[in-house]
Design a binder for this molecule. Structure first.
Ligand code: BG6
Length: 488
């Protein structure tokens, strides 16, 4: 079963930070895959922009190396690589002065007027304002222009508002695409399909039938060479304020009037507004100590950083959505670096049957759970009780109705950026965060930082290669529940 490929309109994608890590690891490979699948029209161009003194050929060489590293061999042929590289151009530009902007002007003037222009700002947020201002001043912004920005979108409400205003001065909200790459993941989009293209779940999707929800994003990697950025952000700003809260919104939101961007974003916003302020005792923050990584022994966070810090590499929260649908249903969120396995999933834990008619030999019925695995091995599993086959009488067994994507769909699961980068060209903002969503999320997060300061809430420790600190286990077990550590 292969999906239908619909080409997008011609475009010029200008990638500021065109030689950087994000461009090489994600953006160029994603655009390459779309080209490889025949989705890019003949006159689609990608223009790398950065400070380096490079020729077009130098840039093509950088891109070539990046594609060889980040695209698997089975999806590469010299012919398709060459076709993609021919689409690339390069301009040397200084985002902090007027230097080189006429080069970009000249490069874009080669295109037919009215062609879609997307500016991907794969640079630090301190440059978002000055780049937007220059794009405007150099006459590069028109109705067909879009700007793509990615976190950190502020470090608190004030800075997020400032950032949004800086960009918003030159681009209308319909032109601003705030990426949260989790929204482009297949299973995340599947959550929308599951909830709103099936009649089965909706009647059960509320506090009468759901006991609690767990959202886990566990990584085995440490902070590596991003330690400078990471130490200013920590797990809360790096993962919770955006990825985990977006997942929570998609689980908790009401059925939107339609699948259009604003209908969905209006519903997500209502969830964010319904979040109950969270006391420090419903939070855990921690740092990893030396322990085990995927390839052997690893250092602790402070050793990697080389100084003292109370930045958390792990956060667990017990959140509550105060509305009619969810009142009384806790949402347990946790995320961390250097955990026992790489695993992101959403668990919807249903309530137990009211009474078991079966004798004790059958075993007690285990409550149903729906597990959406985002990675690795994307899947949706609905765990149910069935009778263990055989003549030995009634014995109950807990087994999943299993929809593992790799087994059910032949085609490669696309990287989130493939979908998102072309949604920018399509002008479809459904999987992007609206300004008010980002700001509302900060309104909930900021008081958590304040509570940590005011109460001197301790930073706990966990050994690298484990499921986090004991306090995280206690956070859920004191409610007589347990984390689903990737076992079901
Ligand atoms: C990024 C964070 O947004 O998401 C990283 O900045 C994190 O710290 C990454 O590693 C995780 O993304 P994924 O797609 O690998 O789960």
């Amino acid at each position: 079963m292969t999906s239908k490929i619909i080409p997008v309109e011609p475009f010029d994608y200008v990638i500021f930070g065109g030689t950087g890590d994000l461009a090489q690891r994600k953006l160029l490979p994603a655009l390459y895959h779309r080209d490889h699948d025949g989705q890019l029209p003949d006159d689609a161009r990608m223009i790398g922009a950065s400070r380096g003194d490079l020729s077009r050929e130098d840039y093509q060489k950088i891109a070539h190396d990046a594609l060889r590293e980040h695209v698997s061999e089975e999806h590469r042929s010299e012919e398709s690589l060459q076709r993609f590289l021919n689409r690339l151009d390069y301009v040397r530009i200084d985002a902090t002065s007027d230097g080189g902007w006429d080069n970009l002007q000249a490069c874009l003037e080669k295109s037919t007027p009215g062609k879609i222009r997307a500016f991907y700002l794969a640079v630090g947020p301190t440059l978002f304002g000055s780049i937007s201002e220059r794009l405007n001043r150099f006459g590069l912004v028109d109705d067909n222009s879009r700007v793509v920005i990615e976190k950190p979108l502020g470090r608190d409400l004030d800075s997020a508002q400032k950032l949004n205003s800086e960009v918003g001065q030159y681009f209308g909200e319909k032109q601003v695409f705030r990426i949260d790459h989790y929204l482009g993941k297949e299973t995340v989009q599947n959550l929308l399909a599951l909830r709103f293209a099936n009649a089965l779940f909706e009647p059960l999707w509320n506090s009468s039938h759901i006991d609690h929800v767990q959202i886990t994003v566990a990584e085995t990697v440490g902070v590596g060479d991003r330690v400078g950025y990471y130490n200013k952000s920590g797990a809360m700003r790096d993962m919770v304020q955006n990825h985990l809260m977006q997942l929570l919104c998609l689980v908790a939101m009401e059925a939107p009037a339609s699948a259009d961007a604003d209908s969905i974003r209006d519903e997500k916003l209502k969830v964010l507004r319904s979040l109950k302020p969270i006391p420090a005792e419903n939070t855990v923050r921690a740092q990893y100590h030396a322990g085990a990584g995927p390839d052997g022994k690893v250092d602790g966070y402070l050793n990697e950083l080389g100084e003292d810090s109370d930045t958390a590499t792990f956060v667990a929260l017990k959140a509550e959505v105060e509305n009619w649908r969810w009142s009384g249903v806790p949402f347990y969120l946790r995320t961390g670096k250097r955990m026992a396995m790489r695993m992101s999933e959403i668990v919807i834990q249903f309530k137990p049957v009211p009474y078991s008619i079966f004798g004790k030999d059958a075993g007690a019925p285990i409550s149903n759970r729906l597990v959406l695995r985002l990675q690795p091995d994307e899947s949706v599993k609905q765990w149910i009780m069935i009778k263990d086959p055989g003549p030995g009488g009634m014995r109950l067994k807990h087994l999943p109705l299993d929809m593992s994507f790799a087994e059910n769909f032949e085609h490669r699961s696309p990287d989130a950026y493939e979908r998102l980068l072309l949604d920018v060209i399509r002008g479809n903002q459904t999987l992007f965060m609206r300004r008010d969503e980002v700001e509302e999320a900060w309104k909930w997060i900021d008081p958590i930082f304040e509570a940590w300061e005011e109460t001197s809430h301790p930073v706990s420790n966990y050994t690298a290669g484990t499921w986090g600190p004991s306090q995280s286990i206690a956070l859920i077990e004191r409610d007589h529940r347990t984390w689903n550590d990737g076992d079901q």
